[in-house]
Design a protein around this ligand. Structure first.
Ligand code: SF4
Ligand code: SF4
Length: 100
């Protein structure tokens, strides 16, 4: 079972944004994302909310598929800024790699 970090949103805030806490899992970002595969980026926001950092690190390659087109952030009805959260997650992953 994957361990969770209850302070992960603070980690993300330091990496750029903690707006992912606003996500209510509606799926609009999945529908608009041109990658059109799986549950990206919603799933990554869910992992972030849960503090499932092991899963984020295990699936880090998914983050680098993001084109940073901004469509998800423009259309998110909750102001969760999913595109910015993806960028913050990339920073978290790179910092983790540097420490290892
Ligand atoms: S559109 Fe916004 S609220 Fe809906 S799942 Fe994506 S990030 Fe969450
Ligand atoms: S910014 Fe990234 S996650 Fe958001 S819609 Fe564009 S490619 Fe998809």
């Amino acid at each position: 079972m994957a361990q969770v970090n209850p302070d992960f949103m603070e980690t993300l805030r330091q990496a750029g944004t903690d707006t992912g806490a606003e996500c209510n899992n509606c799926g609009t970002c999945v529908a608009i994302c041109p990658l059109a595969e799986g549950h990206f980026p919603r799933l990554m926001l869910r992992y972030a909310q849960l503090g499932a950092q092991e899963l984020i690190l295990d699936q880090a390659q998914e983050l680098w598929r993001c084109l940073h087109c901004g469509l998800c952030t423009q259309t998110c009805p909750r102001g969760a800024n999913p595109g910015e959260v993806i960028l913050a997650l990339k920073r978290f992953v790179v910092a983790s790699w540097r420490r290892s």
